[in-house]
Design a binder for this molecule. Structure first.
Ligand SMILES: Nc1nc2c(c(=O)[nH]1)N[C@H]1C(S)=C(S)[C@@H](COP(=O)(O)OP(=O)(O)OC[C@H]3O[C@@H](n4cnc5c(=O)[nH]c(N)nc54)[C@H](O)[C@@H]3O)O[C@H]1N2
Ligand SMILES: Nc1nc2c(c(=O)[nH]1)N[C@H]1C(S)=C(S)[C@@H](COP(=O)(O)OP(=O)(O)OC[C@H]3O[C@@H](n4cnc5c(=O)[nH]c(N)nc54)[C@H](O)[C@@H]3O)O[C@H]1N2
Ligand SMILES: [Mo]
Length: 767
């Protein structure tokens, strides 16, 4: 590495959290000009009578705690409560073609949308439209489609249970079963993989389980940035002496050491707490190999223990009573070679064995994981191998043990629970019939990738979005953007302007919404919403700020407006009545989904309630009625990744972003300031390519053997940064890197795009 680092790149030695976090908070508040309302707003975050933090889905201790500090929660809230506005005058000044040249950061940083807008082709501008006219236009296009399955209904996981439930009612009553949603790009591998393994697509642990566990394994997540309130849990566990074993290609600072802003002594003395007891830099995509290696070691330890006269280290009673498929697993592990495991994982046998030894020593183990495991062509296999590993010692369905998928958006889990699914089951269809007197179609609809393909092929013509930035979040903007421009209707509910709004369809309408921090008043008075966190806790959320503009409607009100205009009172649905009081929506949710019994009563209790997770009680709702050991052959995800000149690129979030929302251009813990146009590379890989840090490189996606997509996919002129990352891998920011991920590169079982293992080649940039 040269002494001179590229502009904006430096070492960051401080622990995560601490004073750096407090400074960043002050900056966020100042930049969004929220000082007047700000401090008050922040104090209501995750309070019993306040709103649910839109930042992440990590639970809050009973939602009754005093103000819990979280830098990125503050950023999420200040971004929403900003004093900046994008009124119609803004659009009078800027054409859509001009806005297209702005960065994602610039687009959203203009502030909150204030009026419903429709695109005017003559002037290439957005112009204001009345709500009723907007609803009428949407209804006109939808009702003119020859088949309701030509409409796609996208949900981003920030929507409340009430909005999401109404949205699926709208789609199903209209006749469409297409529900692309952000979860398809996120934890779908969990939602598909876990039910096959343990009969439920959700995590099995509660927050209290972390108080009882005696080892934590962390795979592929970056809580210091993305689930900051989890840091309090890890911090406490570490101080209790619980080993925390991390597998992550990048040395994420918060997983190394963290200074708790709540801890006066740590703050005053500039000290910190070590989080990981062992940190293994697995190669992206190497996790199946790691799990298989660790399981081989557990079997070996079992034999050793028995030879020494001990009882062995497997939980044989649990395996016999509760599981199926153990013999097949053993056979597969015996057939998997250490050589393959070592090559694919990039780790030594000793490393993997010592991690497994910690596992064997611990009586109660939790595995927490995020996108590093799910966003792979073998994402479902990753999830299922993880379950196999836990089942070997009965670490499922008992206190202090289990699986903890870290959900993404603050209510993405709830959205799925209340019916956002393209694969409705009979129980749900029966429920809809009970609640609304009609039986929706049970035909499988489109998930995210399928919906882009359908739009591209001209089979789907309308896209209604409940939040999000679908086109930018999706892989392969070249294909995805082109598809969106072929739509007849794009109707987009949003708080802020983003690039998806600039992909102009024949009719393009922006519907600005009341946000979660704001007061939502309907005919019967102020309303509360509900959300479900990563641990299946459902609780109420109530905003209290004055909405960003008088012309906003709540999401349920907009959905009802579209419903009324499109479907009218078909099936006797009284849309106005439903939204006059959200208790009525909740009563309907309860009729469709009996797990929500006494919904309106239980939601008024402090902290809300937990939805039943059968696997937490060792009840396995699988076909075999057992927890299943599931086998996949081998350890290689993609043969392209083993080619000598090919690097495995993983895409990650910076510390200053929320998905496609870029709050700022710093990524403090990784030592990046004021820019995002970088690619992290191992210094030896750089040298092998005849490159050095600071060089401009072109990144090109490697051709796929079975890939019919058009090529090339090139991201030009990114700055190479020498980084502590395994040989043969690379990392860069999402969504800039999405142009490298082919639409056809995804997990064939769950449909999750392979954002975390994209085969690429790098070379000096063409001049
Ligand atoms: N502030 C903030 N909070 C957020 C979000 C945000 O963007 N900003 N997004 C929300 C959403 S929707 C989600 S889904 C979550 C995302 O939360 P995370 O899952 O933490 O998000 P990523 O940045 O994708 O981080 C993935 C981590 O996996 C590691 N990794 C990459 N590839 C691999 C691999 O192959 N194996 C392993 N073991 N590790 C790997 C990366 O180095 C990184 O540390 O956070 C939610 N919360
Ligand atoms: N390469 C790569 N791609 C990825 C990922 C990755 O790790 N790597 N991660 C994937 C994941 S995990 C996810 S979840 C998706 C995210 O996909 P999305 O959920 O579609 O994207 P977001 O960036 O969260 O959406 C941001 C927009 O939501 C709108 N918004 C914000 N708050 C509200 C609200 O309260 N109501 C409404 N109606 N709108 C609101 C704003 O207009 C904002 O511009 O991206 C996926 N894409
Ligand atoms: Mo996500």
């Amino acid at each position: 590495m040269s002494d001179e680092r590229p502009e904006g790149i430096e070492e960051y030695d401080a622990p995560a959290g601490g004073w750096g976090a407090l400074k960043a908070v002050a900056k966020a508040i100042k930049e969004q000009q929220v000082l007047a309302q700000g401090p008050l707003t922040l104090l209501k975050q995750n309070q019993p009578d306040g709103f649910d933090c839109p930042g992440c889905a990590w639970p809050d201790p009973k939602h009754t705690s005093s103000f819990e500090f979280c830098e990125n929660g503050v950023k999420a809230v200040t971004w929403e409560t900003t004093a900046k506005r994008v009124p119609p005058e803004f659009f009078a000044q800027h054409t859509v073609s001009e806005l297209w040249t702005w960065s994602d950061y610039e687009l959203e940083n203009q502030g909150r949308l204030t009026h419903p807008l429709i695109y005017d082709a003559k002037t290439d501008r957005y112009v204001p439209i009345e709500w009723d006219e907007a609803f009428a236009k949407i209804a006109e296009v939808l009702n003119a489609l020859p088949d309701p399955n030509m409409a796609e209904f996208y949900t981003s996981g920030r929507a409340s249970n009430e909005a999401a439930f109404l949205f699926q009612l709208l789609a199903r009553a209209y006749g469409s079963g297409n529900f692309p949603d952000c979860s398809n790009m996120c934890h779908e591998a969990t939602s598909v993989g876990l039910p096959m393994s343990i009969g439920v697509g959700k995590g099995t642990v509660t927050l209290e389980d972390f108080d009882h566990c005696d080892a934590i394994f962390s795979f592929g997540h970056n809580p210091g940035t993305n689930h900051p309130r989890m840091m309090a849990t890890l911090w406490e566990a570490s101080r209790r002496g619980v080993p925390i074993i991390v597998f992550n290609p990048l040395k994420e600072r918060a997983l190394e050491r963290f200074a708790s802003p709540q801890h006066a002594v740590e703050m005053a003395t500039f000290s910190s707490t070590n989080i990981a007891s062992a940190y293994y830099q697995v190669r992206p995509g190497g996790d199946v190999a790691v799990f298989k290696g660790m399981m081989k070691r557990v079997l070996e330890r079992d034999e050793q223990d028995k030879l020494a006269g001990g009882p062995g280290v497997l939980d044989l009673e649990f395996i016999a009573e509760h599981t199926s498929g153990f013999d097949e697993l053993v056979e597969d592990l015996n057939g998997t070679s250490w050589d393959d495991i070592i090559i694919k994982s990039g780790l030594s046998r000793e490393n993997i064995e010592s991690a497994a030894d910690v596992y064997v020593q611990a009586k109660k183990v939790i595995i927490a994981y995020g996108m590093g495991l799910t966003q792979h062509a073998n994402g479902t296999a990753n999830v299922q191998q993880m379950v196999n590993f836990l089942l070997l010692r009965g670490n499922m369905g008992r206190e202090g043990a289990g699986i903890c998928p870290l959900r993404g958006h603050s209510n993405v889990q709830g959205n799925r629970t209340v019916g956002i699914t393209e694969i409705p089951n009979d129980a749900m269809l029966d429920g809809m019939e009970r609640a609304f007197g009609f039986r929706p179609s049970g035909k499988k609809g489109n998930a995210a990738i399928e919906s882009v393909e359908a739009i591209e092929a001209g089979h789907s013509k309308a896209l209604i979005c409940l939040g999000g930035n679908f086109a930018v979040a999706m892989s392969d903007p070249e294909r995805t953007f082109a598809a969106m421009r072929k739509l007849e209707l794009a109707a987009l509910m949003a708080t802020k302007l983003n690039r998806s709004h600039l992909l102009i369809a024949k009719n393009t309408i922006i519907l600005p919404v009341v946000a979660r921090t704001e007061l939502d008043v309907q005919a019967n008075g102020p309303q509360s919403l509900t959300v479900e966190d990563s641990m299946s806790m459902v609780h109420a959320s109530r905003g209290f700020l004055k909405p960003a503009s008088d012309n906003l409607l709540s999401e349920p009100a907009i959905i009802a407006g579209i419903g009324k205009a499109t479907i009218g009172d078909r099936y006797g649905i009284d849309w106005d009545w439903l939204i006059a009081d959200y208790d009525r929506i909740r009563d309907k949710i309860e009729v469709v989904f009996p797990d929500f019994f006494d919904f309106n009563k239980r939601i008024r209790e402090p902290g809300g309630f937990r939805l039943d997770v059968a696997a937490s009680r060792r009840e396995w709702r699988t076909a075999s009625k057992k927890a299943n050991f599931l086998v996949i052959k081998g350890v290689n995800e993609d043969p392209r990744l083993l080619q000598p000149d090919t690097l495995t690129l993983t895409t990650i979030r910076s510390h200053d972003q929320y998905n496609t929302t870029v709050y700022g251009l710093n990524d403090r813990y990784r030592g990046v300031f004021g820019r995002r146009d970088v690619v992290f590379l191992n210094k030896d890989d750089l040298a092998d390519h005849g490159l050095k840090e600071g060089d401009l490189v072109d990144i090109e996606a490697a051709a796929a053997p079975d890939d019919s997509d058009s090529l090339p996919r090139i991201l030009p002129r990114f700055t190479a940064v020498a980084y502590n990352i395994p040989r043969g891998s690379a990392a860069g920011y999402y969504p800039e890197m999405n142009v490298l991920c082919a639409l056809s590169h995804y997990d064939k079982r769950s449909g999750t795009p392979s954002y975390k293992a994209i085969p690429v080649k790098i070379r000096a940039a063409a001049v």
